[in-house]
Ligand binder design. Structure first.
Ligand SMILES: NC(=O)c1ccc[n+]([C@@H]2O[C@H](COP(=O)([O-])OP(=O)(O)OC[C@H]3O[C@@H](n4cnc5c(N)ncnc54)[C@H](O)[C@@H]3O)[C@@H](O)[C@H]2O)c1
Ligand SMILES: [Zn+2]
Length: 679
């Protein structure tokens, strides 16, 4: 009857949520193959709880909120009834929810002072051990909370499970509950072995522990390094949970992650933050803390909900890594033409931030991780900031054998923006579009880079604005920056712009184009491989004019002699100045450079005085003079005592004789060309 009052869309949503949660339960508990992260699961689950609270008529006895989720009770497998039901735990993520929990429990206990035990929430598998008169008689998984799978044959191979305990003062029938888990180190070496054998790796220690207990023979269990941590007992021993644990410790049980007691929200949160910060150093994986009320009488007064106790709560850590689907791999073209593959992910929350994209760096990275579109991948935020795809958790291929489109990702051979050719240079992991400034992606990046803070530092022109002006056709290339004022009227009418902002940009350009430090200019040009440091070194050693005018081979030779400049860098700078000479010269028409007193020139003919005489055949005399000057020589028309070389062509005239008289070295045209060729 109730259902009539439930809006149709709510009923629909409830149906969809239940179906989805059931599917995830099956994958998580039965196949040990979660498809989504725990917090993504928890948010689905919370939505279901919320709907059922608003519309109690929705609740059915088999709703996921009403049943402890089972770790599959397989047909044919022996089952064991628990002495008392095993419950799940409510999960919360925020300090506010902890404060509410404390308020709620204290109110229900009529304002009694409540003391909480704080323990690590070990990420493993629940195990219930039954002892009769001190002897271990059975071990079972949590199952549906009432009954679990019999796994007694394995317990001998799990550490910290005494087969016999001191029976004095103990109930005849005793059930000890706890977590079976694998320490991180054991898990890693176990996965390494599997990888060696070509077997699929488990995505986390919980799955590995669950797989061991539920599917394998005892020999395998023995080799997995399983351990048992105690976190419950039935019937209640002593006066409180804390005292009971103390007693169980003396009997040979362990709880490696006990953090004492707390009474206030602040106390619990302080412990939470501390454990969170130490999380990496812990031997076993934990996904949060469990706060449990200490006193048994408080437990009894608070009681249970359908599947969780009211006296305990799990405070989960924000996810540091998460599993999600790799929906696509897109290619971005950067400012120097590098093609960067980017993973497009089904959005996931990581440490409170939604992540939907992550750089995959280059082709090798994709091949190494064997990433394919449609895979489920583990994503994390490196150093808690940059999202990173760590690994394929379980390839889609394995979930669906018939799926054939899990093809290897093919790196594009043509630039997705300009369709120009893409090359992978030797010694480089990156692919590049080599169309340079003909590629509009590179053009926009190059424009943006040119005006950016560490380059020409032109205010008011962020990437978005550059994009906009480019689209409007006002700003096609860098050199257009210096003639922007002609479009002022149109520019001011564009969305988001006005007289003041346009003038601001124009003034900034006018100011910054004078006295430009050379290093900044070289940096601004977006020369592949040239960062700020390299640009500054270049600026100290060369003027832009020198770099433009120097013969290609000579420039290359000089560059590789600079400390720290390798072959690739020298090549890159040489090619850049060669290919873009006209554009650079165009830009330079609008610039004046800072006087650079400290230029240390490393030119081969630095300080040499050269005189040319006669007719030359290889090139006109003016070219020869130019080349000599760019290699640092001072070229004069008259011989003097300071002259180092006289280069003689045919019909040299009187200079030749004079040089001999002054003992000046003379070079034929061929000898001079040979000397030049060395640079
Ligand atoms: N990703 C998925 O698809 C998916 C699907 C289903 C469930 N899950 C995850 O599993 C959770 C629900 O599973 P659950 O019902 O097993 O609950 P749970 O694992 O969140 O918490 C209850 C369990 O915690 C264990 N535990 C560990 N340390 C403990 C300690 N110190 N004290 C008490 N108990 C301790 C107990 O074995 C207990 O059964 C969800 O919140 C979700 O995070 C994920
Ligand atoms: Zn391109």
């Amino acid at each position: 009857m109730e259902n009539f009052r439930i809006p149709f869309d709510i009923q629909e949503e409830w149906n969809a949520l239940v179906t989805e949660i059931r599917m995830h339960n099956r994958l998580y508990y039965e196949e040990n193959l979660p498809l989504i992260s725990d917090d993504a699961y928890d948010s689905l689950y919370r939505r279901l709880v919320y709907l059922e609270q608003r519309f109690p008529g929705l609740v059915t006895f088999d709703s996921p909120t009403q049943q402890v989720q089972t770790s599959l009770l397989q047909d044919g497998k022996a089952r064991i009834s628990h002495l008392f039901p095993l419950y799940s735990l409510d999960s919360v993520y925020s300090p506010e929810e902890i404060a509410q929990f404390i308020k709620r429990t204290s109110k229900a206990l009529d304002g009694d002072l409540v003391r909480f035990v704080m323990e690590g929430k070990i990420d493993g598998l629940t195990l219930a051990l039954q002892y009769k008169k001190g002897n271990l008689v059975s071990a079972a998984t949590r199952g549906d909370g009432q009954m679990g799978e019999n796994v007694t044959q394995h317990v001998r191979h799990i550490a910290h499970i005494p087969l016999e305990i001191d029976f004095k003062d103990m109930p005849e029938d005793l059930e000890i509950r706890g977590e079976v888990y694998i320490e991180k180190e054991d898990f890693e070496s176990f996965n390494r072995d599997r990888r060696h054998r070509g077997e699929l790796c488990f995505s986390n220690p919980r799955n590995a522990a669950a797989g061991a207990l539920r599917h394998l023979d005892s020999v395998h269990v023995m080799h997995r390094g399983l351990k048992f941590a105690v976190h419950g007992v039935w019937p209640q021993l002593k006066a409180s949970y804390g005292e009971a644990m103390e007693c169980l410790r003396r009997l040979g049980f362990c709880m490696p992650l006990s953090y004492g007691f707390g009474t206030t929200a602040d106390g619990l949160l302080e412990c939470f933050e501390k454990v969170l910060s130490e999380r990496e150093t812990l031997k076993c994986e934990i996904d949060g803390l469990v706060y449990k009320i200490d006193s048994w009488s408080h437990h009894d007064r608070l009681g249970y909900r359908a599947k969780s106790p009211r006296f305990a709560i799990a405070h989960k850590f924000p996810a540091k890594s998460s599993i999600t689907e790799l929906q696509d791999i897109q290619i971005q073209v950067g400012r120097t033409g590098i093609l960067t593959p980017v993973a497009i992910l089904s959005p996931v929350l990581l440490g409170g931030v939604q992540v939907a994209r992550a750089s995959l760096h280059n082709e090798d990275e994709i091949l190494k991780k064997d990433l394919r579109i449609g895979d489920r991948v583990r994503v994390q935020r490196a150093g808690d900031v940059i999202p990173q795809v760590c690994e394929v958790v379980y390839p889609r291929r394995s979930l669906d054998e018939t799926n054939t489109d899990r093809r290897q990702f093919m790196f594009p051979r043509f630039c997705p923006v300009c369709q120009g050719p893409v090359v992978r240079l030797e010694e480089e992991a990156a692919h590049r579009c080599i169309s340079g400034l003909k590629c509009s992606a590179q053009k926009i990046w190059a424009l943006h880079h040119f005006v950016s803070k560490d380059a020409m530092d032109i205010e008011g022109l962020g990437l978005k604005n550059v994009h906009r002006l480019h689209k409007e056709g006002i700003l096609n290339e860098v050199v257009d920056l210096f003639t922007l004022s002609q479009y002022k009227n149109h520019w001011m009418t564009l969305d988001g712009w006005g007289k003041k902002s346009v003038n601001g940009v124009l003034e900034s350009i006018e100011y910054k184009r004078h006295n430009v430090p050379r290093g900044r200019f070289f940096y601004a040009l977006s020369i592949p491989h040239v960062g700020k440091t390299t640009a500054n070194i270049l600026g100290k050693k060369f003027s832009p004019e020198t770099l433009l005018a120097m013969p290609r081979d000579a420039l290359h030779e000089i560059l590789i002699q600079i400390q720290g400049f390798g072959y690739v860098l020298a090549q890159s700078i040489t090619d850049f100045f060669h290919h873009n000479a006209a554009q650079i010269q165009n830009i330079m028409r609008y610039l004046t450079f800072e006087k650079n007193e400290t230029v240390q020139v490393f030119l081969p003919f630095q300080g040499k005085h050269v005189v040319f005489t006669g007719k030359f055949h290889h090139a006109p005399r003016s070219r020869l003079i130019n080349d000599a000057q760019h290699l640092g020589a001072t070229v004069s028309t008259h011989l003097s005592k300071r002259t180092d070389y006289l280069v003689v062509g045919t019909d040299p005239g009187s200079k030749y004789l004079k040089a001999q008289a002054l003992h000046i070295q003379t070079l034929t045209e061929e000898e001079w060309m040979e000397l030049l060729a060395a640079f």
